[in-house]
Design a protein around this ligand. Sequence first.
Ligand code: OAD
Length: 255
Amino acid sequence: MTVREAADLLLKARKVVVFTGAGVSAESGIPTFRDALTGLWARFDAQALATPEAFEADPALVYGWYEWRRTVVGRARPNAAHTAIAKIEAAIPGTVVVTQNVDALHEQAGSVSPIHLHGSLYAPRCSSCAEPATPPDGPGDEPADGRRLTPPACEHCGAPVRPGVVWFGEALPMDALEAAVAAAADCDLLITVGTSGVVYPAAEIPQVAARFGAPVIQVNPLPTPLDDICTVNLRGPAAEVLPELVLSLPPTAAR
Ligand code: OAD
């Protein structure tokens, strides 16, 4: 299937949802989770780092690991895929970006208020009273992925501050999930970019769009379980495929 077919769908669309996963940030140098060898979950034990039980058992290990990730992400820059998505948003005002990523590269590329389904590395909060905590300044120290770091104490109740991300076994932020489902049900095109489509309920978002009759374009170098619901599967890296797709949009100030 070709970019031309995808471009035809994009040109007709008025309400677009762009649904992204770790693959959209891969070409910014941020590791994905499940790619063989390079994925974070190939190198680290998710159960020991990304669950509420892990934080309770060893807060310094978990907090240090997320600080390392914040350092890696803080040094990364948006790539051509993030920029292309921001251009779609500028050219088609009814565009909603829904991301599973905890980085801020969509915002840095110019996307306005992307919906963060899995939280953010920049929104720490108290592990007990849930009061927002002040994020540390700057991108952090030299990356050291095994570094333990005692979490700061909450200014209100003294409990340890935790990363503002969703861990395995936790519910997604309800307002974000509801907004994403509503946008998917109402859109006339969904573009899914760089996600394995295996983590629920996030993976429902493209399926909701398809169930409500919207065509789905997928951008991914590899097949995923979402292949079957997609109208067009564009096999390739997001930072190459999306800029090509955006070239099809009519010339506007956005380009
Ligand atoms: P995964 O690591 O599961 O999947 C990344 C996807 O990106 C794979 O399908 C790759 O083939 C694809 N990919 C790799 N490089 C790419 C590129 N240059 N361009 C386009 N696609 C590329 O990441 P997610 O699907 O985001 O959750 O994972 C979903 C959730 O699982 C994450 O939000 C995280 C993780 O555990 C939490 O932390 C709650």
